[in-house]
Design a protein around this ligand. Structure first.
Ligand code: HEM
Length: 206
C-alpha cells in the first residue's frame, strides 16, 4: 500500500507540473506540447498502463486492509476515543479514497477517454486538451465536483503521505518531524494547485 501510494504521489507531481503550464499565458501552447509528448511517446504511454494498474492495486490493497482491520475486532469499543487516538481523516481513508475515485471516474471520462478514443487508443490524432478544458470548466457543477475531489485528495494525502514513509521505516523522531512537515506542505500545495486549474478556466484567469 505504501509503495503504490508513493508511486501515485510521484504521478501527482508530474501531473500537477505539466498542468501548471496552463498558466504560461500562451493560450495553451506549452501545455499542449507537454500533453502531446505524454500522449504520443511510447514511454509515457507504457507508464500509463502501470499507472492504471497502480491505482487498481492501491484500491484492492485499501479494501483488504479495511476488511482485515474490521475482522480483527468484531465488537466495537465501549468508549469512543474520538480524536485522542487518531485524527478523523486517518480513520476516514476509505471514504476519502472513495470520493477521490468518484472524482477520477468523472475526470477520466472528461479528458482521458475522449483523447484516447480520438487516438484509437494507440498513438493517433489527439484532441486539443487546452480547448477541451475551456469547455469542460464552463459548467459550475463540474468545477464544484473538481473542488470536492481536490479537498478529498488533500485529506487523503494528509494521512497517506506520512503513513507511506512510516510504513517503509522512517520512524526516527528527527526525521518524523521533517516528514510530517513535508507531508503537510505537499498535501496542501498540490491539491490547491489542482483546484486552481478549473477555477482559472471558469473565472477566465487563463
Ligand atoms: C483538477 C485539475 C486537473 C486537471 C485540469 C487535470 C487534467 C487532466 C487532463 C487534461 C488529462 C488527460 C491527459 C491525456 O489524455 O493525455 C488528465 C488525465 C488524468 N488525470 Fe488529471 N487533471 C486534474 C487533476 C487530477 C487529479 C487530482 C488526479 C488524481 C487524483 C488526476 C488523475 C488523472 C489520471 C489518472 C489521468 C489519466 C492518466 C494520464 O493521462 O496521465 N488528475 N488530467
Amino acid at each position: 500500500m505504501a509503495l503504490t501510494g508513493i508511486f501515485l504521489i510521484l504521478f501527482l507531481i508530474v501531473h500537477v507540473g505539466l498542468n501548471a503550464c496552463i498558466w504560461a499565458m500562451d493560450d495553451g501552447e506549452m501545455f499542449n506540447k507537454g500533453a502531446h509528448f505524454m500522449g504520443s511517446n511510447i514511454v509515457p504511454r507504457i507508464l500509463e498502463i502501470g499507472l492504471f494498474a497502480g491505482i487498481l492495486l492501491h484500491i484492492i490493497q485499501g479494501l483488504m486492509l479495511e476488511f482485515q482491520n474490521r475482522s480483527k475486532r468484531k465488537q466495537g469499543y465501549a468508549v469512543a476515543m474520538g480524536n485522542k487516538g487518531s485524527k478523523w481523516y486517518s480513520r476516514s481513508m476509505g471514504i476519502l479514497g472513495t470520493l477521490v475515485l468518484l472524482f477520477l471516474v468523472v475526470h477520466i471520462s472528461d479528458f482521458w477517454l475522449p483523447n484516447r478514443s480520438s487516438q484509437g487508443f494507440l498513438l493517433g490524432e489527439e484532441i486539443n486538451l487546452y480547448e477541451k478544458m475551456k469547455v469542460v470548466f464552463r459548467q459550475e457543477w463540474v468545477v464544484g465536483l473538481y473542488l470536492l475531489g481536490c479537498i478529498s485528495l488533500a485529506w487523503h494525502l494528509l494521512h497517506g503521505f506520512q503513513s507511506a514513509f512510516r510504513t517503509l521505516g522512517v520512524s526516527n523522531s528527527k526525521y518524523l518531524v521533517l516528514l510530517n512537515g513535508i507531508g503537510v506542505c505537499f498535501s496542501i500545495i498540490v491539491p490547491l494547485a489542482f483546484a486552481l486549474m478549473p477555477l482559472s478556466f471558469y473565472f477566465g484567469w487563463v
